[in-house]
Each structure stands twice: as structure tokens, then as C-alpha cells.
Ligand binder design. Structure first.
Ligand code: ADP
Ligand code: MG
Length: 699
């Protein structure tokens, strides 16, 4: 049925099948789910006199004149006319002699294309056309689908094969997996009908809805796909929890750490740590995501969790996405944990030679109780003695695979148990989305900032007012405060030049700004960090800024994640209109960490697009990361919100998390019901849409 290979279609040899399989299309069902990108309406004839430039249409007429010419290259021009007394020129640049010979004056033909204004009225370049006999031929009553192009397979071949595959759609009762009582209240059609409608819409279908992807037939398909993905993640989670993990319940070190800390936990921190503690005491692995706005104090919660592992005589690891951030964690944790006698090891890319050998030996022997580092933690040659807890900071920077890789490190250790996992992110995402993106994780939220923080005051200023800001920096620094000046891309680098070029352009912008600000503010110590500097230089500058030796730090967006300098109270972000909300919010989170009133100035260049205007407005209105995430979802869509390819969010065939977000509550509900009442159906749904392995983005 649906799993029959494509070679069972007539006209699909091994070569075409191979091309299709490169695009993930290997059985009939894959073709059913390969949806048209747009439609062509050949169900009606437009009188030639009514044609409008730029609007695709089908016309019928008789050949009036034919002209074969040669201007730089061969060209064939065919004029046709109809009863509306309009004339249309068909123009061909590639044609065979036999083709040209068909256009005998007086012959009737029907053609479809998009007319444009030419030298002599409207013309269509390379329209699709068909010769007609003298008898009238019926028009079809279905719109023609146009599928996304697939290299090596002509559009007509592809359309024919998908058509054949659809002809073999089984009857409803064999195809439908969703129980009618779940579907009916939603008012969505059965699967078979949905597929036929999307591939071959009737002429009176709501074309605007189809093109927007919100037709009930499309929503029906999206619902099923979202459901299948959700089920697949839920099942992974259930499988995970079938593993054994070391229960961690000795809280001696937790109490000691709490006594040592210079502050009391907020009630949100207490609640979230409480949830973690319950998880860790179980003999099955914890899988928990902690969402907490920038500055909400996730690190200390992670440290407390690590103390449960250490007190149990086991190891914990904390992995951060950048050296800068990892090093800051190292400094904080080493400070908190040294008095407790906990041995912290450091493993990053720049740890080489003897230091690396020593660190690896400590990790392998278990002497290192907490290991802090970057991706280097997952490299070959890193073997833990007994890893019981893997903590991953700023999850959105890592893919699912990296998360799983760190877990595998733990399995290779002394016990057969799987480590507990704690994942932290400062990029809050709306709850429904979190449930989809992280359906294999439990989610906790630290939704409260430590006391004494004053909300950052945010203003948006046009770039012309830049000179005033120089004075403002002078004044703030004269009061002993510190400031950030963030440079972002001014020019988009060429599309094919990629992130490296973006970083270069950004670095140049920062260097120029650094020079001009240094000149304008000679009494201040000005520092510079950007992504193209050596890690050692970057760290030296950051350390100097943190120590107060630098007053003004000119930086690119490299400072976005995690940097903590409470004395910094002013941030200026250049070209703020180019950044997304999540990134603006992250950047702004670098200030407002101390008790002084902080401000953030968003410099923009006019004219502002509507979306940019709304973003800046949102930033001025609120400091609440969760609210900002909701807005971001509606402005940008979840791909970008989740950090696009980095997130490990599965790639969908046709669903779109932003467009279809309103279906998610039903999806979650249906998934739970199916898992408990009909696991076999759940299996078949996952098999249908996801296959054996989840197709992770960028994996
Ligand atoms: P984030 O959640 O962004 O990772 P951090 O863990 O870096 O935040 O914490 C930000 C700052 O707040 C740090 O300097 C940390 O020591 C401090 N902090 C954390 N919890 C509290 C608290 N309960 N009271 C006061 N300060 C706290
Ligand atoms: Mg942090």
C-alpha cells in the first residue's frame, strides 16, 4: 500500500527513483505527502482581451501569424487571436523544427502562461500549450498542482508519478488512523479527502486559503504530522525513562552550598530546584529543561543539582556553548565550591598538552567531581569515571544530538546507568511550543528575578542622535558605571558567503566604532571584543571589563550569552532594527544585573519596516522574556525563535509551527489519549510521518 516502492509506478525507473530518494521520497506514501507549492487554474478560459499583465491565465485562440526570426538567437513568434478580438503573441526561444511546423495559421490551440507587456501588446514566453481539434474539448474541473522542483526529475514526470500514487490511495477505512471521535469535533476532513483536496482542488476551492496553507484539508494534514512528531518525542522519552539511573538523594553538600552562598534563593529558584531534586531521587533518568530569563539565576540551581551527584560519590558535568561562558561558569562554580572541598576540572578547546592530559586523567579517575567545559567535553578521549548528571547550558545553541552525545559519555562509565540530564535555556519559548520542541523533556520555569534588580529602561532612538549617546556614556562612566556598545551587521554579506563573512563584517564595524569612540572619549578606557579575536584576547578583555579596568566595552553580538557584569548599567545597540526579539532581549539582559537603574538604547536607521517597528515597540514595553517570546513567535515564526537549525526540532514535511500553533493544544491532548488507549495506532502514525528516525533539522 503506502510503503510500496516508487519503482512500482509506471515510468519510474531506478534512475528517477534514485533522484527522488535523494529528496527523501522513497515510497508511494512519501508522494502522497509531497504537497503542491501552488496551483494553475486550467478550468476556465480567459478572453484574450481580458488578459492582465502578470496574472497567469489560460486562453484559447487560432494562430493568426507565425514569424521565425533570428536575432542573436533563433526565435519563434506566434500570434493568436480569439473572439474577444484580442491578440496575444507566444514567444519561444527553444523549439524544434517539428514544433514550429505545428503552428499553421488557422489552427486552434489552448495555452496557459503569464502574459507580460511586449513590443506589440501582451506576450507569453514559453507558455504551455496544446493543439485543439475543431470539436470543443472539455475543461477539467480540478486545479493543476505545481510541485516543488526536484533536480533530475522533470515537472511533468513528477506530476504524473504523484498522480499515479494518488490513484492508488487506499479507501478511507484502510488509510485513516485518527479515531473519528477525535477528528469530528475539529471539523476537519478525513485523511483521504484531505490529500485529494490538497493535490487536486476542485475549481471552486478556496485558493487563497490553500496558498496560505490554512485550508481545512491542509490543517488536517498538519494536525496529523504534528501529532506524529509529538508522539515520537513522547515515546523517546518513555523509552529513556525505562533506563536505570543512579538515584541522588544525599543533600549534605546542598545544605553546605546554600550556607556558603552570599544570597538566599528566590522562591522560583527554590521551586525549580525542588522539582529537580524529586527527579534526581528517582532511579530513572531525569530529563528536565529549565527555562529562565537572563539573570534569573540558573547557574546556582545547576550547582545545587551537581552537589547531589557529588555527594553521592559520582560526577557531574556542565557544558556551555562558548569558552567565554564556560569560563565564567568555571569562575563562579570554583568560587562557590572550593570552600566545600569539591574538585572542579576544566576542559575546553584551548586546554591542550599536559593540562589536558591531567584534566582527562582526573575525569577518568573520578578525582574531578564536577567537570566544566565546552563541546570539548564530548570529544573522543574524554571518559568519565561515573557521570551521574549532565548539565547543558543555553540549550538552544546545541542540537539534540549533542545533548544525547553527552549522555552517551555517561553510559560508557563505570555503572550501566544513564546520567540524569538538566538542560537550561535563557531563550524562553511559549509553553505550547516548548511542549512540542521539547516533548521529551519536563519543563520548569524560573519566572522571577533575584531581588534588587530594577527593570531596564529601554528607549529607541534614530541613529542621527548618536552624538548625544557619547555624552551619556561619558556621564555614566564618570559615576563609576560601565557601558556596552554593541555593533551589529550593517551590510548583509552575500548569501553564499555564510557566517564567517558575517562575523568579519561585524568585526570590522566593531573596530571602526572602537576607534571613533576611543577618540571621542579619551578619558575612558575603551575595550573591544569580537568573534574574530583569539579566545585568549577575548577572555583577557572580558576579564578586564569584569574587573572594572575597562569602562566602555565595544562588542559584537558575541557578548550575547551569559556574560555577567553587574556594574554595567548602560547598553547601546546599533542597528537594533536588524536583530530579532530574542537576540535583543538576550543582549539587553547584560545590563540591569546590579542595583543601579540601567538603560538600554536601541539605535535604529530609518525607514523601519513594520516588523522592526513592532519589535522595538515590544522591547520598550516589556522586560518579560516569556511575553517577548510570545511576540517573537507571532512576528518571526518558530524556526528562528528556536534558533533555526540548531535546535534539533524536527523538520516537518508540511506543518509549520507558527502557522499551525493553534493546533498544538489539541495535538498534545490527542497524543496523551492515544498513548494510553491505542499505542498501536500511535506507532503507525509515527511510522507514517516520521519513519524509523526522527528527521532532525540540520542533523
Ligand atoms: P542566568 O540565569 O542568566 O544564567 P546567572 O546564573 O548567571 O543567571 O545569575 C545572574 C546573577 O545573579 C549572578 O551574579 C548570580 O550570582 C546572581 N544570583 C543568582 N541567584 C541569586 C539570588 N537568589 N539572589 C541574588 N543574586 C542571585
Ligand atoms: Mg546563564
Amino acid at each position: 500500500m503506502g510503503d510500496a516502492p516508487l519503482t512500482t509506478l509506471s515510468g519510474c525507473g531506478p534512475k528517477v527513483a534514485a533522484k527522488l530518494s535523494e529528496r527523501g521520497l522513497s515510497c508511494l506514501q512519501d508522494l502522497w505527502l509531497q504537497l503542491p507549492r501552488r496551483y494553475e487554474d486550467r478550468t476556465r478560459i480567459t478572453p484574450i482581451a481580458m488578459l492582465q499583465p502578470g496574472v497567469a491565465a489560460q486562453v484559447e485562440g487560432r494562430v493568426e501569424a507565425v514569424e521565425r526570426g533570428f536575432r542573436y538567437r533563433p526565435v519563434l513568434r506566434v500570434a493568436i487571436g480569439d473572439e474577444s478580438r484580442g491578440t496575444l503573441v507566444l514567444r519561444f526561444f527553444h523549439f524544434r523544427a517539428a514544433q514550429a511546423a505545428q503552428f499553421v495559421p488557422g489552427t486552434r490551440l489552448r495555452c496557459y502562461g503569464t502574459p507580460r507587456s511586449g513590443q506589440n501588446g501582451l506576450e507569453m514566453v514559453h507558455p504551455s500549450y496544446r493543439m485543439l481539434g475543431e470539436v470543443d474539448e472539455d475543461l477539467g474541473d480540478l486545479l493543476d498542482p505545481v510541485y516543488p522542483a526536484i533536480e533530475g526529475v522533470g515537472p511533468a514526470t513528477l506530476r504524473r508519478m504523484i498522480g499515479q500514487a494518488l490513484d492508488r490511495l487506499p479507501p478511507d477505512d484502510a488509510l485513516e488512523l485518527l479515531p473519528a471521535p477525535m477528528l469530528e469535533p475539529l471539523g476537519l476532513p478525513p485523511l483521504r479527502q484531505a490529500l485529494l483536496t490538497v493535490h487536486r482542488p476542485p475549481r471552486d476551492a478556496d485558493l487563497a486559503a490553500l496558498l496560505a496553507g490554512i485550508h481545512p484539508a491542509q490543517r488536517r494534514l498538519a494536525l496529523e504530522e504534528l501529532l506524529a512528531h509529538h508522539l515520537s518525542l513522547r515515546r523517546q522519552r518513555i523509552a529513556q525513562q525505562a533506563h536505570a539511573a543512579a538515584p541522588l538523594c544525599d543533600d549534605r553538600l546542598v545544605h553546605e552550598l546554600l550556607r556558603q552562598l552570599p544570597f538566599a534563593l528566590t522562591s522560583a529558584q527554590q521551586r525549580v530546584f525542588g522539582e529537580i531534586r524529586v527527579d534526581l531521587a528517582r532511579p530513572s533518568p531525569m530529563l528536565r529543561l529549565v527555562q529562565g530569563d537572563v539573570g534569573s539565576g540558573k547557574t546556582v540551581v545547576a550547582a545545587l543539582a551537581a552537589m547531589l551527584a557529588v555527594a553521592a560519590g559520582k560526577q557531574a558535568a556542565l557544558m556551555a556553548p562558548t569558552e567565554l561562558l564556560a569560563e565564567q561558569h568555571l569562575a563562579n562554580l570554583a568560587g562557590w565550591l572550593a570552600p566545600l572541598g569539591v574538585r572542579v576540572a576544566w576542559l575546553a578547546g584551548k586546554v591542550t598538552g599536559r593540562a589536558r592530559t591531567r584534566a582527562l586523567a582526573e575525569v577518568a579517575s573520578g578525582e574531578a567531581q564536577l567537570v566544566v567545559g565546552t563541546h570539548a567535553l564530548m570529544q573522543e578521549g574524554v571518559a568519565f569515571h561515573d557521570l551521574a548528571l549532565a548539565i547543558i547550558d543555553e540549550q538552544h545553541r546545541f542540537g539534540v544530538h549533542q545533548r544525547l552525545a553527552l549522555r552517551e559519555k555517561g553510559r560508557a562509565g563505570a555503572s550501566a546507568a544513564v546520567p540524569h540530564q538538566l538542560v537550561m535555556t535563557a531563550t524562553p519559548i511559549p509553553r505550547t511550543l516548548a511542549m512540542s520542541a521539547y516533548a521529551d523533556l519536563d519543563v520548569s520555569a524560573i519566572d522571577e528575578l533575584p531581588p534588587g534588580r530594577t527593570p531596564v529602561q529601554t528607549v529607541a532612538l534614530s541613529a542621527e542622535r548618536r552624538p548625544e549617546l557619547v555624552e551619556r556614556i561619558r556621564a555614566a562612566c564618570a559615576e563609576g558605571r560601565q557601558a556596552y556598545w554593541v555593533c551589529t551587521l550593517i551590510e548583509e554579506p552575500g548569501e553564499d558567503t555564510g557566517a564567517g563573512a558575517a562575523m568579519k563584517v561585524e568585526a570590522q564595524a566593531a573596530e571602526t566604532t572602537f576607534e571613533s569612540l576611543s577618540n571621542q572619549l579619551p578619558e575612558l578606557s575603551v575595550g573591544l571584543v569580537h568573534g574574530r579575536m583569539k579566545p585568549a584576547e577575548k577572555q583577557a578583555t572580558m576579564a578586564a571589563f569584569k574587573a572594572g579596568a575597562i569602562d566602555l566595552l565595544v562588542a559584537t553580538t558575541v557578548i550575547e550569552v551569559g556574560v555577567d557584569v553587574p556594574n554595567a548599567s548602560l547598553m547601546i545597540i546599533e542597528n537594533a532594527e536588524r536583530l530579532g526579539l530574542a537576540q535583543l532581549h538576550q543582549l539587553r539582559g547584560r545590563v540591569g544585573r546590579g542595583s543601579a537603574v540601567s538603560s538600554c538604547v536601541l539605535l535604529y536607521r530609518s525607514p523601519l519596516s513594520q516588523v522592526a517597528r513592532e519589535r522595538l515597540q515590544t522591547m520598550r514595553e516589556t522586560n518579560d522574556g516569556f511575553l517577548i517570546a510570545e511576540r517573537d513567535l507571532s512576528l518571526r515564526g518558530p524556526g528562528e525563535l528556536l534558533g533555526t537549525r540548531q535546535t534539533g526540532v524536527a523538520e516537518f514535511r508540511l506543518a509549520d509551527l507558527a502557522r499551525d500553533a493553534d493546533l498544538l493544544p489539541q495535538v498534545h491532548d490527542m497524543a496523551e489519549r492515544l498513548l494510553c488507549t491505542d499505542p498501536a495506532v500511535a506507532d503507525r502514525l509515527v511510522q507514517r510521518w516520521v519513519g524509523g528516525a526522527v528527521r532532525f533539522a540540520g542533523a
